[in-house]
Design a protein around this ligand. Structure first.
Ligand SMILES: CC(C)(COP(=O)(O)OP(=O)(O)OC[C@H]1O[C@@H](n2cnc3c(N)ncnc32)[C@H](O)[C@@H]1OP(=O)(O)O)[C@@H](O)C(=O)NCCC(=O)NCCS
Length: 164
């Protein structure tokens, strides 16, 4: 089951993110931060347990960022991540955003979901909001990726591959 997060989910969302930090692909989140933004999350539950979460964080009136996307290890490879990103895409369309973006060490994954790699400077909202304050600014090794919401949601191979 996929649904919007609630404040009551915050502890379990926080636990899921924290349990998967060791892979080095997620930023740590504090419990108060997750609780404050719990309603921006979508969660996937199986038998009442949260097995996946992802947040849609507005960066500007036109761009929103997919953050803290994580699927419990035992549930990976079953389309849970794709489902959550597609759900966030639908939320973003309803809220009038034009683009969603992600900053990630996993560009191949986001490409499969219809995102394309872009230069970091093409998302100035992110640089102003987070990157300038970050100790790793300019050397974080993350890829900036965007997906235009005018394009249909993507369920197949890389959109770049389709354009070739
Ligand atoms: C990345 C992550 C969210 C993927 O979740 P998932 O539920 O296993 O992914 P899905 O099953 O929805 O995969 C969708 C497609 O991407 C592919 N895929 C999965 N992980 C991939 C990866 N790391 N690189 C490239 N492709 C990947 C799947 O094979 C599937 O392919 P398909 O189009 O042939 O069906 C999960 O591995 C995870 O939580 N990783 C740790 C945290 C993380 O890296 N988060 C992302 C950075 S913000």
């Amino acid at each position: 089951m996929i649904r919007t997060g609630t404040e009551g989910d915050a502890r379990r969302i926080h636990r899921l993110i924290t349990a998967n930090l060791a892979e080095g692909h997620l930023l740590p989140r504090s419990l108060p931060d997750v609780a404050q933004h719990a309603e921006r999350f979508v969660v996937v539950t199986v038998g009442g347990r949260i097995v996946g979460c992802a947040e849609l964080a507005p960066l500007s009136p036109s761009v929103a960022e997919v953050r803290s996307l994580v699927v419990a290890e035992a549930r990976r490879g079953q389309g849970v991540g794709r489902r959550m990103v597609n759900e966030l895409r639908a939320h973003a369309v309803r809220r009038g955003f034009e683009q969603i973006c992600a900053f990630t060490h996993e560009p191949a994954y986001f490409e499969r979901l219809g995102f394309s790699v872009v230069p970091h400077v093409s998302i100035p909202e992110k640089i102003a909001k987070d990157c300038h304050q970050c100790a790793l600014f300019g050397r974080c090794g993350q890829f900036a990726m965007v997906s235009d919401l005018a394009l249909p949601s993507h369920d197949g191979p890389s959109i770049n591959a389709l354009r070739v």
